[in-house]
Design a protein around this ligand. Structure first.
Ligand SMILES: Nc1ncnc2c1ncn2[C@@H]1O[C@H](COP(=O)(O)OP(=O)(O)OP(=O)(O)O)[C@@H](O)[C@H]1O
Ligand SMILES: Cc1cn([C@H]2C[C@H](O)[C@@H](COP(=O)(O)O)O2)c(=O)[nH]c1=O
Length: 213
């Protein structure tokens, strides 16, 4: 059987620049990896519970915050089993925009960090990212970018929630630092410069030379 693909996750508050970095990594891997393909995905995913969670975030479906916690867990269970693991097992690198750290950041205010660890335990036993990057853009800058884009208002689209999510992210990365491979990325003056820091870390700590041939 061929080598398993690598699983790389990007995290950050809304507007922090995750999707930009996901795109840059996809382009770089496509350019340099001759053997391994890469696959981009995101959470909430397109599974039925994932679509319900997206509806709740956009305000088209009304759910209690506690019910929403279960939708994220159900979505992640589907996503891991049906999308992420099959790709990795076929030797394809998977880049994911958000994973369980988003749960720790955004839902800790609803059910607490310990409960979320408990709910994600089975998933964490099945799969751990080879690296999680946290793009630590200040919440004021994220709010400014979202206003520029005139994005539709979403559930966590206010400075208070985003700042609380950022603090919860930092707490979760600190608490799990001995068992998770993660890196806090302070954005540089532009997205490309930020990406080069990320790429350097991946080449040093995640990809072996044979992955990049
Ligand atoms: N390093 C950067 N410097 C300046 N602007 C940036 C940078 N990275 C991304 N942006 C811009 O910020 C905006 C949000 O970026 P992006 O969509 O990548 O964020 P996101 O974290 O995926 O957001 P969301 O969670 O809301 O989907 C975009 O307009 C993007 O061009
Ligand atoms: C996986 C996950 C996501 N969320 C929230 C965080 C964001 O507000 C949205 C996703 O929006 P994006 O523009 O696609 O990044 O979902 C959450 O609260 N909990 C989670 O586990």
């Amino acid at each position: 059987m061929g080598k398993r693909g690598k699983f790389i996750v990007f995290e950050g508050i809304d507007g922090s620049g995750k999707t930009t970095q996901v795109d840059l990594l996809q382009q770089r891997l496509t350019a340099v990896c001759k053997k391994n393909k890469c696959y981009v995905t995101r959470e909430p995913s397109d599974s039925p519970p994932g679509l319900i969670a997206r509806g709740a975030i956009k305000g088209t479906i009304l759910l209690s915050p506690k019910t929403l916690v279960w939708e994220f867990i159900a979505d992640r269970t589907e996503h891991v089993e049906k999308v992420i693991l099959p790709h990795l097992e076929n030797g394809i690198h998977v880049i994911c925009d958000r994973f369980y750290f988003s749960n720790f950041a955004y839902q800790a205010a609803t059910v607490g960090f310990e409960r979320l660890l408990d709910l994600n335990r089975e998933i964490m036993e099945q799969i751990r990212p080879d690296m999680t990057f946290f793009i630590d853009t200040p919440s004021e800058e994220c709010a400014r970018r979202r206003a520029l884009e005139r994005a539709d208002e979403e559930l966590f689209d206010n400075n208070e929630d985003l700042e609380s999510a950022r603090k919860n992210y930092l707490r979760a990365f600190e608490e799990l630092k001995d068992i998770e491979k993660s890196a806090i990325i302070i954005p540089r003056e532009n997205a490309q410069r930020t990406f080069e820091i990320i790429w350097l870390k991946l080449v040093k700590e995640v990809f072996e030379e044979s992955d990049l041939l």
